[in-house]
Ligand binder design. Sequence first.
Ligand SMILES: [Zn+2]
Length: 258
Amino acid sequence: MTTGPIWQPLVEELARWQWAGRKAEFWLRDDDAVDPTPALDRLLELTGEFAVPVTLAVIPAQTDGKLVVRLDEAPHAAVAIHGWAHRNHAPEDQKKQELGAHRPRDAVLDDLARGLSHVTGLHGTRAVPMLVPPWNRIDAGLVPDLGSIGFAALSVYGPPKPASLAVINSNVDIMDWHGTRGCRDHGLLVQAIIAQLQHADDGSEPVGVLTHHLVHDESAWLFLERLFAVTAQAEACAWLPIRTLIGRSAATAIPRKV
Ligand SMILES: [Zn+2]
């Protein structure tokens, strides 16, 4: 497959990493899975073809054994906890949030504990104790308590803030939510990936690609296919399972103050 001139800067960046004897690390987070669908099949087949591990952020209140049966055929997929019901509790004039300060903290923490228990009960060892807050937002005051209800990691979007548990954020969102609501321009996404690689060149923060299989247009699928093809051809590139990243980050998380 030829990927064209838009991708050449990434090919060259990855070549520089190879000359330097270093590994460029990527991971893939896909949000909002609930049930098996044709779009989920497409995601699992595409990632499976390129041996890219995928972390599905699953909405606990809406999912059941049907997803378990489908994922039993997808050993490269892990499952994380996408809030509880993906329900907005913020007033209309505020940004959407399920895990904000709009409800008593115990109510929010109970939801999260129930979500972790439900998804882990369904998926067993495929479930990782990582919280992916809906809309990538959580009240900062809740984060210190996530460990006490069983979470080992948190994943939102953007540069990570210090926390008492591992923070493994996504940082390249392929969707243009405020414009076309389709895939962002491929050239801009390539530049965003290169910027993240250069920002993370101490190797501490991988490129976290964020996808939403249920709303992908053809351009989004094409972008992923080309990204996987380019990275598959680069020796200096690795797509990491979420467990590897959690294990590594846990060692550097700031201990919880009591
Ligand atoms: Zn979501």
